[in-house]
Ligand binder design. Structure first.
Ligand SMILES: [Zn+2]
Length: 339
């Protein structure tokens, strides 16, 4: 076993003691897309003893350009990403435990999935899930590592509850629905995925071996196409932060309307935005153009992609036709409308 990890043990930051700690560690990876692929492969190879992988989606051929955990066969079989990733990880490292969870992460399951984990790594594609992770991790005092990438741009921050700023200290609210590009509208190139995941995984290793003093302590941003890189000091927890100062974990309770409803007999699901917002249809249409067929008038925008039709209203509400599954509808909303 120590032969397998010999080069990592030689590295002064880790050593024999560090390696033993990695093998005893349990990490929750939320999202098995591009970031999740890179994170889970690196952590499996590093010998993290237990990986819990959560994802609600299945593998498609458009994933293969950057989601390195998956093969053409996974896409043909439309395997759930968590299952496909777990299968490959077992081949990479049979000595570790891997636990796939094919679920839509939400208030009802996050605390169960977090249980027993030393650390959480963000591989999601939307802000709603990140606030959920932030609330659960601050509440249970678990460190989590935020990461996101779109186009050639990426960002990451390590969030140590009550010791440094949390996600809500930095971004008080999620950006309004449809306000930002997503990988399904603006595209993404693989190098930025590797860069963000590399920093996240390195931070994870530092935390798990107890080298907190080596953490980067910032909101770190990169643009690999424009050759820009910067570190913004994340600062101390804000004394008025709703989450880490006031302990209001609003995403952990069910909302009166959970934001999604299956529309009976219509093969459609309605998704409500997290907060009211007003959508500029021409901007959204321009963004969606490359991803499918899009038309809009003053009242609504209609977007076709594959077997699905998304109708978006000005208040960011959307009716997604072609499915009765809330999970699939939420996933399409996150991909194309965003947040
Ligand atoms: Zn905070």
């Amino acid at each position: 076993m120590s032969e397998r990890y010999s080069r990592q043990i030689l590295f002064e930051g880790i050593g024999e003691t560090g390696q033993a700690r990695l093998q005893a560690a349990r990490v929750l990876i939320v999202g098995c897309g591009a970031l999740g692929s890179a994170q889970s492969e690196s952590l499996a190879r590093a010998g993290i003893g237990h990986l819990r992988l959560v994802d609600r989606d299945f593998v498609e051929s458009s994933n293969l350009q950057r989601q390195t955990m998956f093969t053409e066969r996974d896409a043909e079989e439309r395997l759930p990403k968590a299952i496909a990733a777990a299968n490959h990880i077992r081949e990479i490292n049979s000595a570790i435990e891997v636990e796939p969870e094919v679920v839509d992460l939400n208030y009802s399951n996050i605390e169960r999935l977090l249980m027993g984990c030393d650390l959480v790594i963000d591989g999601t594609d939307n802000f709603s899930t990140r606030y959920l992770i932030n609330d659960a991790c601050v509440k249970h005092n678990v460190t989590w590592i935020y990461g996101a990438a779109v186009g050639a741009y990426g960002v990451t921050m390590t969030i140590r509850p009550h010791q440094a700023a949390c996600l809500r200290c930095i971004f008080e609210e999620a950006p309004p629905a449809a306000s930002a590009p997503t990988c399904d509208t603006a595209g993404v190139i693989m190098p930025i995925i590797n860069m963000v995941a590399a920093v996240q995984v390195t931070e994870a290793l530092k935390i798990l071996v107890g080298r907190d003093k080596d953490l980067h302590g910032s909101l770190m941003q990169f643009d690999v196409w424009r050759n820009e890189w910067r570190k913004i000091n994340a600062g101390a927890p804000r004394p008025d932060c709703l989450t880490c100062a006031l302990g209001n974990y609003e995403t952990l309770s069910p909302e009166p309307n959970e934001g999604a409803a299956v529309l009976c007999g219509r093969d459609a699901v309605q998704i409500l935005p997290n907060k009211p917002s007003k959508i500029d249809f021409s901007t959204l249409a321009a963004r969606l153009e490359g991803a499918g067929e899009v038309k809009f008038n003053d009242y609504l925008l209609r977007f076709h992609t594959g077997d699905f039709e998304l109708t978006v209203f000005q208040d960011a509400r959307s009716i997604i036709r072609g499915t009765n599954e809330v999970t699939i509808a939420r996933s399409l909303y996150a991909k194309y409308i965003g947040t």
